[in-house]
Design a protein. Structure first.
Length: 337
């Protein structure tokens, strides 16, 4: 019997709880049957911290809780690349950081975090170009910066994933694919996200074409969708802190079923490519934002994460792609049984 192509299920655990407490995050994910998570915001009892701000003591505590709940980190959900590409006042509050300083104080510590959490993947972005200017005019400068980030990750035996997202230089699949070709570095891959494209006004045909453009550089996928009737004007600027119409992956305009059918034919080759870099396989990372999203994160609640996971599994079943959720043997093998 032919073996099904298979993916690893993961998600941003901080979306499962409003106060980001680590115990609640992990309890939600363990109850859903997930064994991987992307770490982004953490509350260890002293307030919410971005993963980049965790101390060595914080990391030790998170790892202890991970062991208790039988979880592993799929990726560091860093905000790397969500700063201005050039130092100009464009009416936004996005910060600018001189790049050499940024490499030293943000990128290299992110690599150390990845090693501390035993993951090979760091999520990042393609920088903010000046508001209301053509992003294609800034591709070359973004390529220079991202090439250096990729090399820094490569020297630490890590892989940098570049997410497609509104308002950035790589705001759509075609621009991101162009960046990937020009960077041309084995330590950089692309992260597809259908919801981030629908919210910019693209329809399912546009989105599939952008997925195909990204496919040569694809590393993993973020899973969310957006209500078609709430789309912005195509290619227009998005008010990042006012988006509130995300939907599960079996709704919206992304047509995940079509994308997954094609992905299934490509999974063995992609898995082989990723394994050569020490990555276990292809992650589908739930980032549903079902109760709201913003510039640096979102919220779905435990119920929303459950709805989002069931929608994803239904679509994977429909497209004949395999995946794993915890079963009784996993429960017996966990700590404290």
């Amino acid at each position: 019997m032919k073996t099904k192509p298979r993916v690893f299920l993961s998600g941003f655990a901080d979306e499962g709880t409003s106060n980001k407490t680590i115990v609640e995050q992990f309890a939600v994910f363990a109850a859903l049957g997930l064994q991987y998570y992307s770490i982004r915001f953490v509350n260890l009892g002293d307030g919410v911290k971005n993963v980049m701000k965790l101390t060595k003591t914080d990391i030790q505590r998170v790892r202890q809780f991970q062991d208790d709940y039988g979880l592993n980190v799929s990726s560091i959900g860093s905000p790397i690349g969500k700063i201005k590409l050039v130092d100009t006042d464009d009416g936004t509050t996005n910060p600018y950081v001189p790049f050499e300083k940024y490499l030293e104080h943000d990128v290299r510590p992110a690599c150390e975090l990845a090693h501390a959490f035993e993951t090979k993947l760091i999520r990042g972005f393609s920088f903010y170009h000046p508001q209301n200017e053509d992003p294609s005019n800034y591709v070359s400068l973004a390529v220079d910066r991202l090439g250096q980030i990729a090399e820094t990750c490569h020297r630490s035996d890590l892989t940098f994933g570049l997410e497609v997202e509104a308002n950035l230089v790589g705001q759509n699949g075609h621009l991101l694919a162009d960046i990937y070709r020009q960077v041309n570095h084995p330590a950089m891959v692309l992260i597809f996200d259908g919801g981030n494209l629908v919210m910019q006004g693209y329809d399912s045909r546009d989105i599939y074409e952008q997925y195909e453009a990204m496919k040569p550089g694809l590393g993993w996928l973020h899973i969310k969708d957006y209500a078609e009737t709430r789309r912005a004007e195509k290619g227009g600027r998005v008010e990042e802190n006012k988006v509130a119409h995300f939907v599960p992956s079996d709704r919206g305009a992304s047509d995940h079923a079509r994308i997954f059918r094609d992905l299934g034919t490509y999974l063995p080759a992609l898995e082989e490519k990723l394994k050569s870099r020490g990555i276990p396989g292809v992650f589908l990372d739930l980032e549903p934002h079902l109760k709201g999203g913003g510039q640096f994160g979102g919220f779905s609640g435990p119920d929303g994460m459950g709805v989002a996971l069931r929608a994803l599994c239904k679509t994977l079943d429909f497209t004949d792609i395999g995946y794993h959720l915890r079963d009784f043997d996993d429960v017996k093998a966990s700590r404290g049984f």
